[in-house]
Write a protein that binds this ligand. Structure first.
Ligand SMILES: [Zn+2]
Ligand SMILES: [Zn+2]
Length: 250
């Protein structure tokens, strides 16, 4: 089955006039999944004529606002509008989930129905999401050092494999590149490109990368778009700087 990938938000930590923060939507058959929710998820769906009740699960790479702040409104609407709908949301820390509940109570509306809005804390060692469409695994990274967790996300959908780096350590000083990108074949690898990351400190990994498509998101500074453009000649796989609204089918 094909996977339709929509780059809903591709900005780095701060939104831009033409870019929401990190958020990628996957459509597989009738089901919809999100990787990170830094863009307004509910609007991303409605603006594309997609029924929000098609969203099965949302996977996040870490708790930073540019990866999660589009989620509270969606979760709130599942709670009181789409009342027959169930969604799984995977987060890296319990404190975000506690904050979501507190925010909800602060809005003086019904408590979140945790039977339908199932928020899970990811343990990369043991957490696996699996349904009839996808198997999703989490690979630890060191974006937040040793203090707080972060993870890359590997999605297997039939014979297709998609890898999302999430945010990585500054300048790769924690050597947390998800090396599964070099060890196993993927159809799409979405790699962040802020945090002092360059073709110098990531080059050895890209040289060994076994993907068919290397797409960058979360690029900063934007002058690095020129570096990505120049790298297109260098690699045997497709190299693309993603942008909001870009859709591909793999
Ligand atoms: Zn980020
Ligand atoms: Zn971050």
């Amino acid at each position: 089955m094909n996977v339709k990938v929509t780059f809903v938000g591709t900005s780095h930590g701060i939104p831009m006039e033409d870019r929401y923060c990190a958020c990628t939507m996957l459509e597989i058959g009738e089901a919809i999944y999100f990787v990170d929710g830094g863009a307004p998820v509910i609007h991303a769906l409605l603006q594309r004529g997609l029924d929000p009740r098609r969203v099965r699960a949302i996977f996040t790479t870490h708790v930073h606002s540019d990866h999660t702040m589009g989620l509270p409104h969606f979760i709130d609407l599942v709670n009181w509008v789409y009342k027959e709908h169930t969604v799984d949301v995977y987060l890296t820390e319990q404190r975000w989930i506690d904050g979501m509940h507190a925010l909800h109570l602060g809005m003086d509306i019904a408590p979140l129905d945790t039977n339908r809005i199932r928020m899970h804390v990811i343990d990369p060692a043991t957490t696996v999401y699996e349904d009839e469409n996808v198997k999703v695994q989490f690979i630890p990274t060191k974006h937040l050092g040793d203090e707080h967790p972060s993870n890359a996300i590997l999605i297997t959908a039939g014979d297709k494999r998609l890898l999302f780096s999430g945010d990585l350590s500054y300048g790769m000083h924690m050597k947390d590149f998800p090396t599964v990108a070099c060890e196993e074949e993927t159809d799409l690898f979405v790699c962040e490109f802020a945090h002092g990351l360059t073709f110098d400190n990531l080059g050895k990994y890209f040289d060994a990368c076994k993907t068919k498509r290397l797409y960058f998101n979360h690029v900063w500074p934007m002058s690095k778009l020129a570096d990505i453009e120049a790298a297109k000649e260098k690699y045997p796989f497709e190299v693309v700087a993603s942008y909001d609204g870009l859709e591909i089918e793999i």
